[in-house]
Every structure is written in structure tokens, then in C-alpha cells.
Design a protein. Sequence first.
Length: 517
Amino acid sequence: MDMTVFNVGFGQSILMEEDGDQLLVDCGSKNSRSRWNHSISYMKNSLAGTKRRRTALLTHYHVDHYRYFKEMKPHSFDDFYLPYVGFQSKSKGSILTEEALLTHLFLKGNKSDTKVYLQDQMQMVFDLLKKNGRIAVLMKGDYFTLGHTVCEVLWPSFDIENEFEVKGRRKLIDRFKSYLSKYREDNPEWNEVYAMWSELYQVVIDRLYHFYELCSGIEYNDNDTNGERGGRRGRNIDQINRLIDLDEIREMVKQQRKDLGQLTLLSSDLKKSLQRDVSDSFAKFSKELAHNFKSDNNAVSIVFRDRVPNVEQEEEDVGYHHKFLMTGDITKDILEEHIFKDPDESGQIYNFIQCPHHGTKKRHYSTQLPNAWHFIISNGHFGNYGKIAPEYIQPCILTSKLKISNSQRRAQNTNGSCPDINTIRWCLIRNHFHLRYYCPYWDPPTSFMRRWSNGQCIHAGSRICTNPTPEICSQLAQGKQCSTFDCRLHKGEEIVCYKFNMDTIRSPLVVTKILKP
């Protein structure tokens, strides 16, 4: 399996390829198109030509993950995968959808994420999907193939609404809507307007539900129960035969834009009155709703990995190594309370892990994240979002605006980077996770893990290193093993993308750098 990591600054666009299949995981950036023209052009060329199957996957609805999808060639994808957002049934609705809608209607500022969530994702799918293409809404337990690799979905869960309920999200929505209702009662002249507003509000939500249901079926039924394991039975996405009627989607887009536009106009008048009469409470709840939508949007990120082959391992072996784990912008609490709650899961080893939320620490870094030979971090300077968790940054294979302080042994965000590197934004980082190191002098190097403590190499796996000298461990701690990979750039050069094979776990990783012409 090959991977191409495109340089899009603070954003994500990763192309995975195997046996003629292509999977584009996200396609966005915080930056405008002009900043990454060469990366986008190379991306489009990589997706050109005849392939057995070409699939797009959007992990969640933030601009740094979807902005450049509109730059891709129209009707070039056979399948499009979207995250499940909590529509357990039409009657129950979706907390995330109501957070998006109320934020879009009543809060000032950038509304690109809410607009894409509420209407433009339909247009995006319509523009990119082939005539007989398929759309699938992915949730925990589902699986699909990429070449000969089976990919299993770890998140979002069908019960994601319960997670939001526990955090009091529904109560906040109900309190916000109660302000509208009370204002109508106190001002009878608004009765007619409020009635129209309530009707359109529900119509917009119902149409979005219909879009998701049209894609791949999202409601729970008795046939979805797995009697042995309990919970929802996973679906083989490749066997979903719901071909999409693009004409129907085109009509849905047209009606959604019309109704959302009319609802926005009605909300504008209501907002002016509410700001005048209950300004403090209204402003408080509006900002809280917007914050919740942003956070919960991350919490529905599609997390997936390659499935473990059903083979028996010898007792002394550490077992199968996953090739990859893709995490989107999943949050720390979801990682710890759901995905990697089981120590056996968090203790597994991966060849590659795409670090949650571009490697940043606040609300995303977790000690429960499994071990990996290589981390993939997409990061650039973009306000406070650009601060990478120090726990990731030890020895680098490729680095991005980072340097290591040998005295403090922690990462520092700088305007420089490694002395010879200018503007690289993508990182592939050797795993020195929680001060645990792999020893390259053991063959095979995948069968154990070691911990550096008080100047000694301490056994932390199932086999003993043949030569665990303090000198070797010291070299690992200082990143000396990275010196065999030339990560330097000459003046004026800029990375377009990195290409490498995901099947290898030996270090150093052979990476092909594609430079801007």
C-alpha cells in the first residue's frame, strides 16, 4: 500500500493506493487555493487516469479537511464516504445538526463550516460523484476494502447522540429555543413569523436526514443487532447497492438553499429583537452553541484502520502490526472513553498513525493513542492551532517549523524549523512516544518495545534486545537514527508532497520528496 501526503499547510489531504484502488482521505486547508496551487495540481494529476475504483472520504465538516474538494475534477469518484452525525431516526433528529443550524442562523462570523454541513456537502457530492456512484455514511463496525486491505471503521458510533446528551448538548439547544418561544409569547406580533420559522427549521433538518438516509441507510432495525457481541452489526459498505440518483440530489440542493436562505432572513429579524431585549443571555448561548458545534464536529470524525487478519500468533510474538490508523480530528475524550478504552487496543503497534487534529495537544493528544513506527502530522502556523504536542516531537524523519531543545528535551514551535528547512508543513515523525523507543538493532525490529529510564534500556516487550547498551539508547533518545535520511531543503525549494510505501516498518523510511517546480 502506498501513501501520498500532500503539503497543504494546516489541513489534510492524504491519498492511499493499493491494487488500482485509490482513497483520498480529506482534501482541505486553512489556507486559500493560491497558497498551495502546486500541491493541488499534483493532487489532481495523481487522481487522473484509469483506476479500478476511486473513493473520497471526508472525516468531518471543517474547512481544513474539505476546502479543496471543489478543485478536483468533476464526476471523478466512484464512491464518497461521509461521517455519521447522529440521526438515529427522523423523529429524534440530530444534536450536531441543530447546533450547526442555530449557529448558522444566529451567530456572526465565518459560516463556511455550517453552510457546508447544512447544504453544500450535497452539492459537493453531486459535483464529484460519477453518474452511477455510491455514497455511504460510515459508522463504527462498518468496513470497506482498499485493494486487498479490509478497512474497519472504529468511529463514529451509532450511539454518538448519547455522548452528546451526557455533555448536556440537548439541554442547551432546548434552552436556546425556549428563548425564542418565550419571546414569541411576550410579543404576539411575532406569532406568524415564528410559525414560519419553526416550519422551515424542521424542513431543513428533515431534508438533511433524507439525504443521509438516501445514501446508505442510517436507521437502526432489528436486523442490525449482533447477538454475540451485542450492539450494532457492521455493514460491508462494498455491498451496499443503493445507486444515487444525482437528479434527486440536484433537486435537494436547490430546495435546501431556498429554504435555508428564507430561514436565514426570518432569523435575522428575530436576532435583532433578541439582541435588543435579552442581549446578554442570547449572546452567551449563541457562543456556547458555536463552540459545541466546533467540538462535536471533531467528535464525529471518521476513525479507521486496516483490519487484523484472522491468524493465530505464537505466544511470544507481539502479533500483527496494523499498517495504519487514520484519526481525522478526533477528540481526546472519544479516544480514551471509547476507541482505545481497552488496554489491549491502546497497546497495539501501527506502522503509521495520522495524529489527531494535526498533532496538536489541547483536547486531542491522549496517552491512550497506540504506538507507531511513524507519525503523520499535518501542521503549519495558523494561530494557536499550530502548537504540536511535545510528546510527539522527538527525533524527526521530516520536520516542519520545529526544533528540538536538547537541554529541555521538548519541542518548541518556532519561525525557523530545523536549521536547513524553510517551509515544510508535513511531518513524518519517528515514534518516541511517552519516552518509549524501538531498537533498530533487533531483527525483526517489530517484535519488542523498550523504555529509556535513568540511563538504562528497560525491557518493555516480549523479547530482549540483543545489545541494549546505554550508547544505543542514548542515540535513539537524541534522534541519531534519523541522520541517514536527508530532510534538508535548498533555498527556494518547497515540498509538494511526500510519497512512501506503508508496508515497510524498517527504519529509515524511504520517502520520495516531490518538490515545487
